[in-house]
Design a protein around this ligand. Structure first.
Ligand SMILES: [Fe+2]
Length: 331
């Protein structure tokens, strides 16, 4: 079986894979031609949507099998010390992003104001906050994530926003490309007192163990399969606002580094680089964390339930990380 794919509607990047058969058959076909889906992911600039994958909800091991197609290692969220209530009870490689107890992941607040003047959903930083690439506070960072909708919130809420770092890098001026080409960002785990809001509030940063230290990452990533350059950055919550956000630039929330980060993130999230996904139950999105950033949006968690499953795969971070041990595992 070959995969039918078209350009993702209402987007400037991404592919829509049509799945005429069951989730189980899709997974078997992907295993029979293991290069097929990963090469589509590259061809469509790091984003694939497969609709109609409802069968994964009944057989979560299928999601694990499909994840293995995209990387040699699928993260065990027990190894990375994820709170147990947010990890699938039988499959530790599935992170449950949900407000359904015992899971306790609440959506982010609405932006202020919640809508643009024309009624559309705000997506551009800094009006929209929360843009990040998964786990950039670790080295080597992961390659890709698979994100599956088990229970959907109503349309018009709980969208996931994606921005294309390949196009955003291409769209920089030659002078800005020069400026960022060898720049290094410092990424920190959210919630440890090193993000912009915490630093501005004067919170004392948490004492971090050796496995949780902020990590340096290139601002321009070279894709290991294509050599394509992309912007690799997060915004305020997942960068280090004490020593960073950039190595060798004035640190802190009012420093030169912060000004540059605001400028770059505002550019990165311009409408022409962004796709807002409205979820249907059974949607599976596969995104390349090396070349895209994403952001969650609000939903009414008092009124509605939502359950997403995520897996994270790694194994091909690029030459920058060759031979490196995992920063989060301390011998
Ligand atoms: Fe994420």
């Amino acid at each position: 079986m070959s995969f039918d794919v078209t350009a993702l509607p209402d987007a400037t990047f991404g592919g829509l894979v049509t799945a005429p058969t069951s989730a189980a058959e899709i997974v078997s076909a992907a295993e029979a031609s293991p290069a097929a889906l990963p090469s589509l992911l590259v061809r469509f600039e790091g984003f694939l949507l497969i609709k109609g994958m409802d069968g994964l909800a009944d057989e979560p091991e299928l999601l694990l099998r499909l994840s293995r197609i995209f990387g040699t290692e699928v993260e065990s969220y027990h190894e990375t010390r994820m709170a147990r209530q947010n990890v699938h009870p039988e499959i530790p490689e599935i992170f449950m992003v949900s407000n359904i107890p015992p899971a306790d992941r609440m959506p982010p607040p609405q932006p202020n104001p919640p809508r643009n003047a024309d009624g559309s959903l705000p997506t551009q930083f800094p009006h929209r906050r929360g843009w990040h690439t998964d786990q950039s506070y670790r080295r080597p960072p992961p390659d890709a994530s698979l994100f599956f909708c088990v229970v959907a919130a109503p349309k018009g809420q709980a969208q996931t926003l994606y921005a294309n770092g390949i196009a955003a890098y291409e769209g920089l001026s030659p002078a800005m490309k020069n400026r960022v080409d060898s720049l290094i960002g410092i990424h920190a785990k959210p919630g440890v007192g090193r993000g912009e809001v915490a630093v501005r509030a004067g919170e004392a940063p948490m004492e971090l163990g050796p496995g949780d230290q902020p990590q340096r990452q290139p601002v321009v990533r070279i894709h290991p399969e294509t050599g394509t350059k992309s912007l690799y950055l997060c915004e305020a919550g997942q960068m280090d606002w004490i020593d960073g956000p950039f190595v060798g630039m004035e640190p802190g929330p009012d420093g030169e580094g912060a000004k540059l980060l605001y400028e770059l993130m505002s550019h990165y999230t311009k409408p022409e680089y962004v796709y807002a996904h409205e979820w249907d139950k059974g949607d599976l999105v596969i995104y390349d964390n090396r070349t895209l950033i994403h952001a969650a949006t609000w939903f009414d968690a008092e009124q509605h339930q939502r359950l997403m499953w995520r897996t994270t795969v790694s194994g091909n971070p690029g030459a920058e990380y060759a031979g490196e041990a995992k920063s989060w595992i301390v011998a």
